[in-house]
Design a protein around this ligand. Structure first.
Ligand code: SF4
Length: 361
């Protein structure tokens, strides 16, 4: 058995650590690139959302590298995600790959389901090996996200644009290489300290923009054309709720105990939307309401044809909370120059509002 999985942000790093510690044979497909996109678009039904197309392209690349057991996120919600693994498996079979696409099923089976799957992938390794390997993967996930939160702040105020990104790339590699807790902790501390020492404009008060929308396009920079980096270049500090480590913490550990991080967000959305509409649509609406007084604006990332975010978008334009929202529809047609023009115009608008005293921050 050789395991493969599509990319989503840096999630491959903790999974790689887990697989290495459990001696699982695995392949990491290439980072998303134009070929991945072309493969995904070519073999997907046209109307499907970008996450389906990109992950399919990456699964094909993993199969080309010899993976025969492909891991894919799934869900039981009201959007199409629940069908992804099955349909992608059928497409891969039609292409001649003898593979099994395994639905991770984290939404349904939570922690225990995931651990059982890991046990199966690790050829029935003992729990005394699986649990420490799993914990070390989680530690890497946490380190990645802690460094990224600092990067988001530094990008907006650094004097030499691009410094934080360079440090972040090095930090990602160092976290990937770290092989024990002490090294991992040291790497995290070192890079956060280096980021804090980057030369900054102490007088500058950056605009604050929240990033909301569908989980995959929020977390995968290739799919959103590096929107956070581009906003950083324009001197904007981005904030987002969605981090893989946070999602894991709640989804695997706290939700089963009845602690729901989205309760507050859903409550905020209630005047406009009273039920789950699949994906992250309910949360997008709630976040607009919640953050209308904290942020200068919101960038709403929505895969083209994603029904939950289409519904959210239409509601977001008509709430009484007065905060500008720029919706970016992510698909294979999106091009960087067009997106940059829209981001620049959006940031101009936010600056104008701030000068005019229109925002309530
Ligand atoms: S939330 Fe939207 S983009 Fe994500 S899987 Fe569902 S339909 Fe596709």
């Amino acid at each position: 058995m050789r395991v493969g999985l599509p990319h989503m942000g840096n999630i491959y790093i903790p999974l790689k650590a887990l697989f290495q510690r459990l001696n699982v044979d695995y392949v990491i497909p290439p980072a998303y690139n134009q070929r991945t996109m072309s493969l995904g678009v070519k073999y997907s039904p046209e109307g499907l959302c970008l996450p389906f197309k990109l992950t399919l392209g990456n699964l094909i690349e993993a199969a080309e590298l010899g993976a025969d057991t492909l891991l894919m996120a799934g869900g039981y919600g009201v959007c199409r995600l629940g069908y992804y693994a099955k349909i992608q498996e059928q497409i891969l079979h039609d292409l001649g790959y003898d593979v099994e696409v395994v639905n991770l099923g984290v939404s349904e089976r939570k922690l225990f389901g995931l651990l059982e799957l890991i046990k199966r992938l690790a050829n029935n390794a003992p729990w005394s090996k699986i649990i420490p390997a799993f914990r070390f993967g989680l530690a890497k996930l946490g380190a990645l996200d802690r460094v990224e939160r600092v990067v988001q702040k530094v990008r907006a105020v650094e004097l030499v644009k691009g410094t934080a990104n360079k440090l972040f790339t090095k930090a990602i590699n160092a976290i990937d290489q770290a092989d024990d807790y002490a090294t991992l902790k040291q790497v995290q501390t070192d890079y956060i300290s280096q980021l804090n020492q980057v030369d900054k404009d102490a007088e500058y008060k950056p605009l604050i923009v929240g990033i909301v929308g569908e989980l995959y396009v929020v977390l995968e920079p290739f799919s959103n054309l590096d929107v956070e980096v581009e906003l950083g270049k324009l001197g904007v500090e981005v904030r987002r709720r969605l981090f893989i480590s946070e999602w894991t913490k709640f989804s695997l550990f706290l939700n089963p105990l009845g602690i729901d991080e989205t309760e507050r967000i859903h409550k905020a959305a209630l005047p406009y939307l009273k039920r789950d509409i699949g994906g992250d649509g309910w949360e997008s609406v709630g976040e607009k309401v919640l953050h209308s007084k904290e942020y200068d604006g919101l960038v709403h990332l929505a895969p083209f044809t994603c029904m939950p975010e289409i519904v959210a978008r239409n509601i977001m334009t008509s709430t009484k909370e007065n905060i500008p929202v720029l919706t970016i529809l992510c698909d294979e047609q999106i091009a960087k120059p067009g997106m940059l023009t829209r981001l620049e115009a959006f940031v101009d608008l936010l600056e104008h509002r701030r000068r005019a005293g229109n925002n309530s921050r």
